[in-house]
Design a protein around this ligand. Structure first.
Ligand SMILES: Nc1ncnc2c1ncn2[C@@H]1O[C@H](COP(=O)(O)OP(=O)(O)OP(=O)(O)O)[C@@H](O)[C@H]1O
Ligand SMILES: [Mg+2]
Length: 273
């Protein structure tokens, strides 16, 4: 059993009278891909927001790499090694893919410098290093051929993957992905799955993946946790959890992801290859 990189204990988030997350526990082992699924409004993004600091929980604890994360202000969470993507695509559409990655690295570096930890190095050498690093990242994600294209002109699936690349390029220990497959066509979802697996195997980044697309979950997740009305409904290996009648009912009871949930059984043999 690998060590836990992230441990969420008894997490509760109230927005006024609404309990968005209700006494939720989750352990994310180092080096694994853990999927967090559940119907629309179940509280998935809110959990990610608690980890990255956009939401302050009403109660509970989050430990990351042995530290009490909730004591760290939001702007320091990236510095300790937590990256994320957002449910809405956040790319610089008029910049090239390469420049999008350079900007991400520049922001991360500046955050570190402002923290007073790093002296300024020779700018040229740093630029060359950042560029090489960005190109290596694109290569590993199968995006190298897009490097010099303007991000906003790419197919939507590729743009989503560039969004993931922006989070991964600074090599965080943990990356939170909020629906990277939303709106992406099936063939591109399979590419995304292959890229995420390759990244996990070769770089070892731990991923917490919020996703409605069960083909992606099935193809990449080491374990799956299901949220429903802020509570944990099920947890375990993808195949078992996604065929659990209680889980299927939670999905069928909502409009959002019913069709995704029901295709799991048919698609599983294909995506496993
Ligand atoms: N800042 C906020 N203020 C008030 N209510 C909020 C806030 N953020 C989320 N909520 C509510 O909390 C509940 C959980 O929302 P959340 O966005 O976490 O769900 P989700 O599981 O990510 O859903 P989806 O699959 O649709 O993205 C919803 O009822 C939502 O309306
Ligand atoms: Mg969400």
């Amino acid at each position: 059993m690998t060590d836990a990189l992230l441990t969420i204990t008894d997490l509760t988030v109230r927005f006024g009278g609404l309990v968005a997350v209700d006494r939720f526990d989750l352990t994310v082992p180092s080096g694994q891909i853990v999927a967090l699924v559940g119907p629309n409004g179940a509280g998935k993004t809110t959990v990610l927001n608690c980890i990255s600091g956009f939401v302050t929980p009403t109660n509970g604890a989050i430990q990351f790499a042995g530290r009490d994360l909730l004591r760290l202000p939001r702007n320091q969470r990236a510095r300790v090694g937590i990256g994320r993507t957002f449910q809405n695509l956040q790319l610089f559409a008029s910049m090239t893919v390469l420049d999008n990655l350079l900007t991400a690295q520049h922001s991360a570096l500046r955050a570190t410098i402002l923290g007073g930890l790093l002296p300024f190095g020779p700018a040229r050498a740093e630029d060359a290093r950042a560029r090489a690093h960005a190109l290596a990242t694109l290569d590993l994600l199968g995006l190298a051929h897009y490097a010099h294209q303007v991000a906003g002109t790419l197919p939507f699936g590729a743009q989503k993957l560039v969004g993931v690349a922006r989070a991964l390029v600074v090599r965080p220990q943990l990356v939170l992905l909020d629906e990277p497959a939303a709106g992406v066509m099936h063939a591109d979802v399979l590419d995304l799955a292959a890229s995420l697996r390759r990244w996990r195997d070769e770089v070892g980044t731990t991923l917490l993946l919020v996703e409605h697309n069960m083909s992606l979950v099935q193809a990449v997740a080491d374990s799956v946790t299901v949220l429903d009305y802020g509570r944990k409904l099920a947890e375990g290996l993808p195949q078992a959890v996604l065929s659990d009648p209680a889980v299927l009912e939670a999905y069928l009871g909502s409009d959002g992801a019913a069709s995704d949930a029901t295709v799991v059984a048919e698609e599983a043999p294909n995506v496993a290859n």
